[in-house]
Design a protein around this ligand. Structure first.
Ligand code: FAD
Length: 692
């Protein structure tokens, strides 16, 4: 829905008030941007949609609401899939609901014959996703008050609910969001149906965990609500109409512009997660000296945008899909010839939101709106089967969709994206019967990618730098090299900026000049996300940083900042950086800068390196930490801040464990006590992580 400026201001004020109320002002310290997303998404206001979920369900005839708390879109996708399945297999009247779009005071009046699902991702250090903050604060509040019943009377005894969480076991607070919500709802008297499921991204089993959880859940729900399963029939969620009256050159047609202002050519702030700033790239260069790999340094100019950052924040880059992949997909679904045909997309149900602006074109949807390069979900295969070009292909798709091991072997391990998979299974025969709505339902909306800002806002407040390794994944046995969507887009932009004759060495053919060439002159759409990963406010405090590979990104900003503070005559404490890479000639990034800043920091800076491939036995930053055990412990006793950035799956967890060991050995306490000390350092922000 489009909102005019007045709506936006009213919404923002309302929302700020609400947040201030629920958080008693403490939210201001947490540097997220909660109102940014609500402004663009807000459903109150002119559209007349109410924040009263019971009213909303009643008026649209729903008996099942699937709430989602989503940060990167996966929880939202699972919610949509549950909604579809509930409707097609069990005849439930389902709707999905963004948690931030409703109020929860009247949950105590939730009708007994209806059900609420909660699909909840846990974010960062066990936090709710941005869109779930208000809901979470509300139900967890000490004096949670519902409109009719009080806390003593089990106010939610009428509420039947289903819960699934998305988490990552490499983080300390694994799936804490779903666990906490589950606990709280039970405490308030609500009745859970089925188990509270937990998906684990850390182990790479999210999708399979979800699939394994949902079958018994459906069985329990059928029993609880007396549902009868029926043969699932596909019903489109969206109506897609080809608009003969429009052609793609007309200025009312979206060709990748993120919203109305951008389409009308007067993009304006505030820039946020729903409204990117088309930023000029001031400068860019290659950081590696390695013919086979690329690592980019980019300086993004935010002057005049009203965007601001502080050292340690993240910048989000809005990618588009490589032309090669767009072509591949349009071809296999037989839409190549119609790629520029204008289409209108409308929700067939009042509660179905179209996830992008329309009218638009097939090409635009595939290029700018949907995540078409990502791995394919097993459940989606089964849905696609019914639209197979022939029975043999249909059978194959059903088999792949129904058999976890076969799927792992023949699809997941081969790194197929959707187009590659379709072409592989049908042996190139076109899939011309798939309703376009199914792609919008079944593929995720393309997500901005985050980068830890690698510059200091004290030194360069108008220029944000990015340090990004270009993803190119070759797996033995897989027929394709996976080219990361965003980083290869950035690589093309860098090569273009350098005037390279061929800014497209891998034939990816990105639309680097953007829709209608609006991004020409080397621009990239971005927004900034504030983080809690921060230097101590007192620069004389010592800091220890652990950042191998691109994990060094935010620490470049930290060291740049402390060097400047030292130059300004401030008393800057000991600054130690543990950095690791393969060897000093190929991927030792920012070598000259460390040397310069070391001088500026007058001996207060030390770079400890681990070059893994310079000797027979691999050496990592973890080993170096151990060698410095005594010194690290001393600094921690002087209240040094400890920071870790980079790989969440292995490195960050190992560093955590090594630190606990160091503390236990050096202070002569047992292992458990060492772990507890690290935990309390985390709780007090003395230990901070920025991992992905
Ligand atoms: P994507 O297209 O998203 O692919 C990513 C990976 O997914 C691939 O490498 C591959 O392993 C897998 N994949 C994709 N498609 C398939 C397929 N079809 N089959 C099988 N596997 C597939 N990165 C940095 O370099 N520097 C940073 O400073 C940095 N900071 C970050 C900070 C935060 C808070 C977060 C969350 C992430 C950060 N990242 C950083 C990671 C970054 O956001 C991106 O994830 C990364 O650059 C890859 O993006 P991409 O679009 O190029 O790759």
């Amino acid at each position: 829905a489009s909102l005019d400026t007045l709506d936006i201001i009213v919404l923002a004020v309302l929302l700020l008030g609400t947040i201030a109320y629920f958080t008693k002002g403490t939210y201001w310290a947490v540097q997220k941007d909660p109102y940014a997303s609500s402004m663009a998404n807000g459903s109150a206001g002119k559209s007349g949609k109410s924040r009263n979920i019971l009213e909303r369900m009643e008026e649209s005839g729903k008996n099942c609401v699937i709430f989602y708390g989503s940060q990167t879109g996966t929880a939202e996708d699972y919610a949509s899939r549950l909604a579809k399945e509930g409707s097609s297999r069990f005849g439930l009247k389902t709707m999905t609901a963004d948690l931030e779009e409703y109020d929860y005071e009247n949950l105590d009046q939730f009708p007994e014959d209806k059900v609420a699902f909660f699909v909840l991702a846990t974010y960062g250090e066990g936090e709710p996703t941005d869109n779930a903050v208000e809901f979470y604060e509300f139900i967890k509040g000490d004096d949670v008050s519902f409109s009719e019943k009080s806390a003593e009377e089990s106010p939610l005894s009428n509420l039947k609910y289903v819960a699934f969480g998305l988490g990552n076991n490499t983080y300390e607070h694994y799936n804490s969001m779903v666990r906490e919500v589950n606990k709280t709802l039970t405490k308030l008297g609500a009745q859970r149906v089925g188990d509270a499921g937990e998906g684990d991204d850390g182990a790479g089993t999210m999708e399979e965990d979800f699939l394994a959880w949902k079958e018994p859940m459906w069985a329990a729900l059928s029993e609880a609500m007396n549902l009868e399963e029926r043969e699932a029939v596909y019903e489109p969620v969206y109506e897609v109409t080809e608009r003969e009256d429009l052609d793609a050159t007309q200025e009312t047609v979206y060709l990748g512009e993120p919203n109305k202002n951008h389409l009308e050519g007067h993009s304006k702030g505030p820039y946020n997660a729903h409204n990117p700033y088309i930023a000029p790239i001031a400068e860019s260069h290659e950081l590696f000296n390695d013919k086979t790999r690329n690592c980019l340094h980019m300086e993004i100019d935010i002057a005049g945008s009203n965007l601001s950052y502080t050292t340690g924040d993240h910048i989000a880059v809005w990618p588009n899909n490589a032309g090669r992949e767009v072509d591949r997909l349009l071809d296999i679904v037989d839409l190549s010839k119609k790629r520029d045909t204008v289409i209108g997309v409308k929700g067939l149900d009042a509660t179905a939101k179209v996830p992008f602006p329309t009218p638009t074109t097939y090409d635009t949807v595939m290029r700018y709106q949907l995540e078409i390069c990502a791995p394919v979900s097993r459940q989606f295969l089964s849905t696609l089967a019914q639209f197979a070009p022939n029975d043999e292909v249909k059978e194959k798709m059903n088999k792949l969709g129904g058999d976890k091991d076969l799927f792992a072997e023949e699809v997941a391990k081969k790194n197929f994206n959707i187009a590659q998979l379709l072409a592989h299974v049908s042996k190139g025969q076109k899939w011309d019967k798939i309703p376009f709505s199914l792609f919008i339902e079944g593929l995720n909306k393309i997500q901005p990618r985050y980068y830890s800002i690698s510059s200091s806002s004290l030194v360069q407040k108008d220029k944000v730098s990015i340090t990004a390794i270009v993803e190119s994944v070759e797996v033995p046995g897989a027929p394709h090299v996976v080219k990361g969507v965003t980083t290869n887009y950035l690589l093309s932009l860098m090569l273009k900026q350098h005037g390279e004759e061929n800014p497209d060495p891998h034939g990816l053919n990105y639309a680097i000049t953007g829709p209608r060439n609006k991004y020409d002159g080397v621009h990239v759409p971005v927004h900034i996300r504030h983080s809690n990963f921060k230097l101590p406010s007192d620069p004389s405090k010592p800091i220890i940083m652990v950042g191998p590979g691109t994990g060094v990104a935010p620490f470049r900003g930290f060291v740049q900042e402390r060097a400047q503070q030292a130059q300004n005559g401030e008393n800057v404490g000991k600054t130690i950086l543990f950095f690791g890479c393969r060897n000093r000639t190929e991927d030792f990034i920012y070598k000259d800068e460390w040397e310069k800043w070391s001088k500026d920091l007058n001996g207060q800076f030390e770079l400890v390196t681990a070059f893994s491939r310079e000797q027979e036995k691999k050496v990592y930053v973890q080993h170096r930490l151990r060698e410095r055990a005594e010194e690290i412990n001393k600094l921690l006793e002087q209240k040094a801040y400890f920071y870790v950035c980079g790989d969440a799956a292995n490195m960050a967890r190992e560093v955590n464990d090594i630190l606990a060991q160091i503390i236990s050995e050096q202070r002569g306490v047992d292992k458990k006590k060492g772990e507890d000390i690290v935990k309390s350092m985390r709780a007090s922000n003395q230990y901070q992580e920025d991992v992905w």
